[in-house]
Design a protein. Structure first.
Lengths: 500, 230, 327
């Protein structure tokens, strides 16, 4: 235990130089500003801002990058709450209740509780990394393809629970989402699936494009219909910061979200993405009145946001201790490290203790910065909502276009958000929710890949999913969850199940 | 479009089809499923030991089709939501334009040496912008059905985004940004020309400063072929 | 109203004037270097290190634009279609300018004919690695195992058409063996399962492997270069280990679109040459395990030869293995 303190002491000594604090602050600031662009999630933000860290020394550069990462993540949540556009899979959940809160004039409260929840989660996760990072590494290695497949099945069950209305429609949306994720070049055989010869489809549909279309653009199209109610809602802006009552409601969800997100973040292959969904499911199941969810329940923002940040933090564990990036963001961090001459591996901790502990300390400082930067900014964001909608939506439109264009410099991506926007608009009109579709899309890809991988390795033996204990356990949890989710609604009668 | 009150009044009605919304949604899903099965029909399904690229998509499509079938069945059994023109008008118009452009492109590729992709691309854009302009004219001249079908919003939002995509690489952000905002801004009848143009110019200037100069992103600012390239 | 239009016209003139001035000497504005992979990948890293020094020589910023997709062919196609004025260049690699014609039947460029070669930037050696408890300790035993129980062994690769996939296809072709191939999305997850022992072996670029080999979490069988790598002095070359035909490297090289004026190509080529002589640039490339081309391997003519020989080498190997992507 004494070790942790001396190590953290070393880390803070590195991170708390004036230069590094400034870099951390700058990174958080810039990350927030770019991350707030609709559709630009953490991956795109880091990729875009990577070059500005080139001139720095390695420790400073990594501290700044970590700052950018947290900033981008929080910026993404801000967009999700204010304009209903999730920049990454994790903030899909935030749109559900966060944007509803914003529509009720509680945008400031939603943003505030997200920032505070994230800060708490970040603090706990930093301590977890410092104390348990090395032993937890082994967890990443027991998760093979079979375990991963089962984990994804469990995740898809979350998507069912997530849905507000009819379960049949939610299942349909999940299936369409998985179907959409199979578009593109097949990983195993290299054959193109459902691309119709269009080159821009050969890498599949981009998540950011799909999410921006289904959520952001569709939301604008829908808003344009309700002229009467829209501006009334926007005029009524309540308090800027959460009240004592809000804190009381959010405290337990933040704690639970932190634990769930932190645990899932350690898994390789983007386990962190499940954190917010799992947290939302748990909160909805524990709530006395689950019907509040999807209609602006503060627990639905506090829990998932904490889970998201805790997972973002603990997903550094496989990178720092194994040298293996668990997801795309971490892969980018590896790239950044190699540019600075550090190739992450199992020995970073012993070879570069300055870097290792400095980075861990800077994680906490980065989270603190986020709070410092964002609490004052909340007032600004909320005031932006007062702009009349006839001017606001063209501006959102342009930011969407710039954001999506800057990710891949592809005009086809820009065109595609218009098409998905129309699709999303029709979904809303016919009572289908886009959130399960997006979750199906994200998990579907991982699910198919791991299913096929597991079956190749087991030589086609399906029993591999049941024989491996962790995999079997996850599948049992999935079945139980599904039963818990579906049974009550079925008992209440078919009306509830199939009609909203 | 009907208000919520009218909808619930509709919902309780008798007749053979008691949930028109589920009926249409179900049929559309079944069509989507059929389309996906057709689109993967040339790919091998493989075996469990070596799953082919078509196995999962095909079974998913079957699943989507079954969900669609269930919705269709329930449309006859249970009273459900009604459907109004504004629910499907935009999709119907855009799909119509799509089909028309495919036909035009097929004809053009027969008659000339143009490639299908190019012919389709130009035909679609011409028809789409023609359609959008027509809708705007009809809406401004207060044609009731145009306003009720709620075409203006979706079509102009799409037109604005398309305009950005078409111009960003050719002319740069200084042209593409205001174009997207002004065309997109026409999506609402509350649009005011002067205000919109000034606001678009200001927002574009802000974006140029932020993204190009402060953050150094490789977004073209202004391109006049052969003369200016910023 | 009138005053505003005059102002506008004046502004336009001012811009036009700077533009006209710009026509004079090359380069007068930033140069875009298309990297056909995501930021942070091995090719991106090489492009940024080399580009940084070239910017200083040329007196204009080289801006990296990442255009990822379809194994890098999307970005290279865009580079081919760019104006041949020297303001758009591309960082190609073994895949885009060697294996791509065999992998992508609908490829919209010809690596050997559609570009003005500027020069080779760096080579990255390929290693054959196994999980740490694999029952073979040298290349000879390993190949023996492959021959005897090939289909029982699982090879991890980073997707059809990736460097790890094509180079292991070459291994199968040279050793005349067959093994079970497991696809991952990127080298990270593939390496994870190799370290965890879920799969048996793989072929990959040296960059990510060095720390794992040093830490003993995976075993290196051989390195596919003529000489040992300074970062892994204990790993024998394929030549020493008895498989001299297996010589392969994931090279990165700079290209300009066909028709770029000769003197501009020369200028870029000289700038690249200078970058590769720079102490600091060399150090950074070597730290990555990269191999810096010697003088005779540099420049456009040498690159042209390399591209032609690589296309000639990969096409039959990949065709015979029945490997294609994107049809």
């Amino acid at each position: 235990m004494g070790d942790i303190f001396s190590n953290l002491g070393l880390g803070f000594a590195v991170a708390l130089t004036l230069q590094n604090i400034a870099l951390c602050f700058l990174g958080c600031m810039v990350g927030t500003l770019v991350g707030v662009l609709p559709g630009v999630g953490p991956i795109a933000t880091i990729a875009m801002l990577l070059p500005i860290t080139f001139g720095l020394d390695p420790v400073g550069a990594l501290i700044m990058l970590a700052g950018i990462y947290y900033g981008a993540q929080y910026g993404g949540s801000t967009t999700a709450i204010l304009v209903n556009i999730p920049g990454e899979a994790a903030s899909v959940v935030t749109t559900l209740d966060g944007h509803q809160m914003a529509r009720q004039g509680r945008a400031g409260v939603a943003l505030g509780i997200a920032a505070i929840g994230s800060f708490f989660a970040g603090t706990v996760a930093t301590v977890i990394i410092a104390a348990l990072g090395a032993p937890l590494t082994r967890l990443a290695l027991v998760f093979g393809p079979a375990e991963y497949f089962s984990l994804m099945v469990m995740g898809l069950v979350f998507a069912v629970v997530l849905a507000r209305g009819s379960i049949l429609k939610a299942v349909t949306m999940i299936l369409i989402g998985i179907l959409g994720s199979t578009v593109g070049t097949d990983l195993e055989t290299g054959q193109e699936r459902m691309t119709f010869g269009f080159p821009f489809l050969s890498d599949g549909i981009d998540f950011a494009v799909l999410a921006m279309g289904l959520f952001g653009i569709a939301e604008i199209m829908r808003n344009l219909e309700h002229t009467e109610t829209r501006d009334v809602v926007r005029a009524a802006i309540g308090r800027l910061l959460p009240s004592a009552e809000d804190f009381r409601q959010a405290a337990a969800p933040i704690l639970r979200g932190t634990l769930i997100g932190g645990a899932l973040g350690i898994l390789p292959g983007n386990g962190a993405v499940l954190g917010p969904f799992a947290s939302y499911t748990v909160e909805k199941k524990l709530a006395k009145d689950p019907r509040r969810f999807g209609r602006g329940a503060i627990e639905g923002v506090a829990g998932p946001e904490s889970a998201n940040n805790a997972g973002a933090q603990t997903s550094f564990i496989p990178l720092l201790t194994l040298g293996i990036p668990p997801n795309a963001v971490m892969a980018l961090m590896v790239g950044a490290m190699t540019i600075h001459g550090i190739v992450p591996g199992p020995q970073v901790m012993t070879k570069n203790p300055n870097l290792f502990w400095g980075m861990i300390a800077s994680m906490w400082i980065g989270n603190l910065m986020l709070l410092v930067i964002n609490l004052p900014l909340i007032g600004l964001w909320v005031r932006l909502l007062k702009v009349p909608y006839r001017l606001m939506f063209p501006a959102i439109l342009m930011f969407c276009c710039i954001g999506i264009y800057s990710i891949n410099s592809a005009t086809t991506d820009v065109m595609a958000i218009a098409v998905f926007g129309l699709v999303g608009y029709v979904f809303i009109k016919f009572g289908f929710e886009p959130a399960p579709l997006l979750l199906g899309f994200v998990l579907g890809k991982l699910m198919e890949e791991n299913l096929r991988r597991a079956l190749i390795i087991s030589r086609g033996d399906m029993m591999t999913f049941v024989e491996r204990p962790i995999s079997a356990g996850l599948l049992i949890v999935a079945v139980l969850l599904l039963a818990v989710a579906v049974l009550p609604t079925i008992r209440k009668g078919r009306d509830e199940v199939f009609v909203e | 479009m009907p208000t919520d009150l009218e909808r619930s009044a509709d919902a309780g009605r008798g007749g053979l089809v008691r949930g028109p919304q589920s009926l249409i949604a179900g049929l559309a899903l079944m069509a989507l499923a059929a389309f996906a099965i057709w689109a993967t029909s040339d790919l091998p399904q493989g075996t469990l030991r070596a799953m082919g690229p078509a196995m999962l998509p095909r079974w998913l499509a079957v699943g989507v089709g079954l969900c669609g079938l269930a919705l269709v069945v329930f449309a006859f059994l249970k009273a459900g939501e009604a459907v109004s023109a504004s629910d499907y008008a935009a999709v119907a118009v855009v799909s119509g334009i799509l089909v028309a452009s495919v036909l035009v492109a097929l004809v053009l590729t027969r008659m000339t040496s143009a490639s299908f992709a190019n012919a389709f691309y130009y035909a679609f854009l011409l028809l789409f912008y023609g359609g959008a302009a027509a809708v705007l004219l009809l809406a401004v001249s207060n044609q009731r059905w145009v306003i009720e079908s709620n075409l203006r919003g979706p079509l102009f939002i799409m037109a604005g985004i398309f305009a950005f995509g078409l111009t960003i690489r050719v002319f740069g952000l200084v042209i593409a940004g205001p174009l997207a905002m002004i065309i997109g801004g026409l999506a609402t009848p509350e649009a005011r020309w002067k205000e919109l143009v000034i606001f678009a110019a200001a927002m574009t200037a802000f974006c140029v400063g932020l993204f190009r100069y402060a953050l150094n992103l490789p977004i073209p600012i202004l391109i006049v072929p052969g003369i200016i390239y910023i | 109203m009138k005053r505003r239009s005059i102002l506008l016209a004046a502004a336009a003139l001012g811009l036009a004037a700077t533009g006209a001035h710009a026509q004079g000497t090359y380069p007068s504005r930033p140069i875009t270097m298309i990297v056909p992979f995501a930021a942070g990948g091995p090719t991106d890293v090489v492009a940024r290190i080399v580009g940084e020094h070239m910017s200083r020589t040329l007196g204009q910023q080289i801006v990296v634009e990442n255009v990822a997709g379809a194994g890098g062919t999307t970005g290279i196609t865009r580079a081919k279609q760019a104006a041949p004025d020297g303001y758009t260049i591309a960082m190609g690699h073994m895949g885009t300018h060697g294996a791509a014609p065999a992998l992508y039947p609908n490829l919209r460029y010809d690596p050997a004919k559609d570009f003005e070669p500027i020069g080779l930037a760096a080579g990255t050696p390929i290693l054959i690695v196994t999980r740490k408890d694999f029952p073979a300790d040298n290349l000879k035993d390993f190949i023996e195992k492959l021959k005897n129980e090939g289909p029982k062994l699982n090879e991890a690769h980073a997707g059809v058409g990736s460097v790890s996939h094509t180079t292991c296809t070459l291994l199968a072709s040279i050793t005349n063996t067959k093994f079970t191939r497991v696809a991952y999305r990127g080298t990270g997850p593939a390496l994870n399962d190799l370290v965890a022992g879920q799969v048996d072996f793989g072929c990959d670029q040296i960059v990510n492997l060095v720390p794992q080999i040093q830490a003993g979490t995976i075993k290196a069988m051989a390195i596919a270069t003529p000489e040992r790598s300074p970062s892994l002095p204990n790993v024998p070359t394929t030549k020493e280990a008895g498989l001299p035909e297996y010589q392969v490297s994931a090279w990165n090289a700079v290209f300009a679109p066909k028709g770029t004026p000769k003197e501009i190509v020369q200028k870029l080529s000289d700038a690249l040459d200078k970058a590769l002589d720079d102490e600091n640039t060399r150090k950074r490339l070597l730290e990555l395990g990269g191999v810096i081309p010697d003088k005779p391997e540099r420049g456009g003519a040498a690159l042209q030869k390399l591209v032609e020989s690589e296309v000639a080498r990969w096409t039959p190997v990949l065709k015979a293995a029945g490997v294609t992507a994107g049809q």
